[in-house]
Design a protein around this ligand. Structure first.
Ligand code: PSU
Ligand code: MN
Length: 289
């Protein structure tokens, strides 16, 4: 990674919670390896980020990716967990929030993930808002996602992102995309017509002294899309089940993703893979510009 930075080879950061908590084995392993392949094929260096025995890893070996994929007990580390994770020599995956912190430390400016966290539905009761949002507002990175995860309260998530000064930039889309679906029914605040515009705007933001990330929302490819009418019942059913089972905090998102995958008989997992690869593809183009 240091070599890449010195030689100015573009780097694309990747998070690891999608490996440990976002997908089942062996799909998670295959997806993480393919993700890195796509980055390399585009002439960039992949940096999958995690904590291994308390050591910050910016870039993982294939064995480390396999270990994270296979080990059920791996911790999910967000902003607040990082420091003690290092002190206590924990092995853990990093969420979008924690990955942002470490990518910024490593001077990486492009990061691809599936979907970001946000304001959970019914947040009035439990105040569940992902630390991803606060962290997006704290470091200047190009974050490519397929929109906030559709399990969230999307209008509230989009409002809060705006309040934090993080620009939501959709890539050639009138609508803010909703992870598995291309449309959320919510109008995009800022539309980028090209990769060049995204790269340019990143530069201008830095000249303006703005320290927030740019959130690039890239709709899932048409052929992999699950329409909102189809996915929404599965989401609602899974949220109900999470309530009954009293799933809380960090466990909510992984629980919902896995239940939605069961309800859609694997369709949501396949869509998740496709949107991730599509985001990585766009991220490499931004990194190469
Ligand atoms: N994108 C995916 N799958 C995932 C995630 C993102 O396609 O599992 C992870 C990211 O690591 C993100 C986390 O930070 O879900 C959000 O979790 P929470 O709501 O607990 O902050
Ligand atoms: Mn949460």
């Amino acid at each position: 990674i240091n070599k890449a930075l010195n030689q100015k080879i573009p780097i694309v950061a990747l998070e690891s919670t999608i490996i440990t908590h976002g997908m089942p084995f062996p799909d998670n392993y295959e997806t993480a390896i393919k993700a890195e392949k796509i980055v390399r094929y585009a002439g960039c260096i992949p940096a999958t980020i995690a904590l291994i025995n308390g050591q910050i890893k910016i870039g993982l070996t294939q064995n480390e990716i396999y270990y994270l994929s296979k080990t059920q007990s791996t911790k999910k580390l967000s902003t607040s967990d990082l420091a003690m994770g290092i002190v206590q020599k924990i092995t853990g995956s990093t969420t979008v929030a924690a990955t942002l912190i470490l990518a910024a430390l490593a001077k990486i400016s492009v990061f691809a993930t599936g979907g970001i966290g946000g304001v959970h539905r019914g947040f009035e009761k439990d105040f569940d808002i992902s630390a991803d949002l606060k962290q997006l507002a704290s470091v200047p990175i190009n974050v490519v996602c397929a929109g906030p995860k559709a399990i969230l309260d999307l209008p509230k998530t989009i409002e809060l992102i705006g309040s934090l000064g993080v620009p939501i930039i959709t890539f050639r889309s009138q609508d803010v995309p909703a992870f598995w679906s291309r449309k959320s029914g919510l109008k995009s605040p800022i539309i980028a017509k090209s990769v060049k515009e995204i790269a340019h705007s990143y530069l201008v933001r830095s000249q303006l002294g703005l320290n927030e990330s740019q959130l690039i929302c890239n709709p899932i490819p048409i052929k992999n899309e699950i329409k909102r009418q189809i996915i929404e019942p599965a989401i609602n059913q899974s949220i109900e089940l999470a309530k009954i089972r009293q799933i809380k905090g960090q466990d909510v998102t992984p629980f919902l993703l896995s239940k939605i995958n069961e309800a859609t008989r694997g369709q949501s997992l396949e869509a998740n893979k496709a949107l991730l690869f599509n985001n990585i593809d766009l991220a490499t183009k931004i990194a190469n510009t």
